[in-house]
Structures are given as structure tokens and as C-alpha cells.
Ligand binder design. Structure first.
Ligand code: DGL
Length: 264
């Protein structure tokens, strides 16, 4: 069983990549819709929320946890691994940074939440794999609420794309990391604005590729796969977004988090 979690519906972009590659795998997904967004919270709060989210998916059988949230990957990965030493965790930052480095451009753009950008993690990891690269970052705090509201094609969203991404377009970045799992919902509009020459890297696809290479047995097809989608706050809005994004009817179950994570 693969566990995945995010602050809300964003991690469903990772679930979609998972279902494209391994449609019959067992998984449990938790979206912490009651407390989203994480990207404007302090590192201590993000770490605490991430521990509670991880405990939920592990309690529901996860043997591997994919942290389908850049903010939690940036701020909580060491604490998660330390708290649940028997469960492997894979975050989204490293595979996305490696994918950007592999493309070999000299200027890499990164967009993410304030917390992810302020952590400086992408700059550090991209430069580890591509030491000569210049990393240009931009926080895009309004993208998450726009996605959670389902305003994917709205005029307001287009205005915000222009406002946030103009400096990156002017800087002529050769690639752009979508450093937040909510952003693939806006990928086609972002690609259109940045132009065809810019390679837009979706952290959702690359994290699934890495997880499949490292833990292939968990992605094998099951006869009657257990595929559970849970939200800490259930609403028709999350179900609607999840259903349209995954191309199947989704009725999220209500997740009850344990206040003190149980160590396993
Ligand atoms: N989707 C998450 C990320 O990748 C979190 C966004 C948020 O809650 O602010 O960063």
C-alpha cells in the first residue's frame, strides 16, 4: 500500500500520475483540506501537520509514504523520517530538482509557496546536481486558493499567472519547476504564458517515476485494488475537483487525525 498526503487537493496531481502508471496499485491519499494552505504557515506548524498526516496514511496501511506536497517535503522530511524510522518517505523536491538539472539549462525557474521558496531548498538541491545553474525563485501564494476554488480557467487566474511569472519569463529561464503540487492543475496556462521553449517540470510525474524505480513491488497490479481518498474536511468542491482531475467519480471519506502521532 502506497500512502500519499498533501495540504489539500494538490497532491491529487501525484495520484493522477500514479494512476496513469499503475492503475491497479493499492493507495491511500490524505488531503488536509481542513487546514490548507500550508504554504503560509511556520515551519513548526507544517512539521506538526505533516506528522499527523503521515500517521493517518500509515495507520491505514501505507508501507511507503510519498510526501505529495512540496511545502511538507521542504520543511518536514527529516522529522518524518526520524519519527517513523521503519517507513520510507519520498519527497517531491529532490526528483524535480534532479529532472531540472538533467535538462542542463543555465537558468532554472522555480515557483512554489512562500514556505517552500523561503526554505531555499530548491536552490540548494538544483545546484547540488547542476552546480553552474542559476536558480530564480518566485513565490505564488494565490495559486493554491485559486486551485482549491476550482478557478482553473478563470480570468483572475490568468492575471495572477501573468503577474507572478513575468519576471521569470523576462529572465529567460530554460526550465520551470512547478514546485507545488497544486500547480499542475494550471500547467497548460503556465506553459502557454512561458512559451514553448521553456520546459515545465511537473514534480508529480517525476516523484512517481522515482518511487516506482525504488519500490517496484508496491506498484504491481492488484486484483481488487484498495484505493482510498480521504480529506480532513469533506466538501462537494474537493470531490468535484478530484473527480474531474482523476477522470472517475470520487467521494472523499472524512479523515479523523490522531492528535498525537503514534510512533510505529
Ligand atoms: N500542494 C502543496 C505544495 O506542494 C501545499 C500548498 C499549500 O498548502 O500552500 O507545496
Amino acid at each position: 500500500m502506497i500512502g500519499l498526503f498533501d495540504s489539500g487537493v494538490g497532491g491529487l496531481t501525484v495520484v493522477r500520475a500514479l494512476l496513469e502508471k499503475a492503475p491497479q496499485a493499492d493507495f491511500v491519499y490524505l488531503g488536509d483540506t481542513a487546514r490548507t494552505p500550508y504554504g503560509n504557515k511556520s515551519p513548526e506548524t507544517v512539521e506538526r501537520y505533516a506528522l499527523e498526516d503521515a500517521e493517518y496514511v500509515i495507520r491505514h496501511g501505507a508501507e511507503l509514504v510519498i510526501v505529495a506536497c512540496n511545502t511538507a517535503s521542504a520543511l518536514a522530511l527529516p522529522k518524518l523520517q526520524e519519527s517513523f524510522p521503519n517507513i520510507p518517505f519520498i519527497g517531491v523536491v529532490k526528483p524535480a530538482a534532479q529532472a531540472a538539472a538533467a535538462l542542463g539549462g543555465d537558468k532554472v525557474g522555480v515557483i512554489g509557496t512562500k514556505a517552500t521558496v523561503n526554505s531555499g531548498i530548491y536552490e540548494k538541491v538544483v545546484r547540488k546536481y547542476a552546480p553552474g545553474a542559476k536558480v530564480i525563485q518566485k513565490a505564488c501564494p494565490l495559486f493554491v486558493p485559486l486551485v482549491e476554488e476550482g478557478m482553473l480557467d478563470d480570468q483572475v487566474t490568468k492575471i495572477m499567472i501573468r503577474r507572478y511569472l513575468t519576471p521569470l519569463r523576462q529572465a529567460n529561464v530554460s526550465s520551470l519547476i512547478l514546485g507545488c503540487t497544486h500547480y499542475p492543475f494550471l500547467k497548460s496556462s503556465i506553459q502557454r504564458f512561458m512559451g514553448k521553449k521553456v520546459k515545465v517540470i511537473d514534480s508529480a510525474n517525476v516523484v512517481i517515476q522515482q518511487a516506482m524505480e525504488e519500490y517496484p513491488a508496491l506498484f504491481l497490479p492488484k486484483q481488487d485494488p484498495k484505493q482510498l481518498i480521504a480529506f480532513t474536511d469533506t466538501s462537494s468542491n474537493s470531490d468535484k475537483l478530484a473527480s474531474s482531475w482523476l477522470g472517475r467519480p470520487v467521494k472523499g471519506i472524512k479523515a479523523e487525525l490522531a492528535p498525537e502521532p503514534v510512533r510505529v
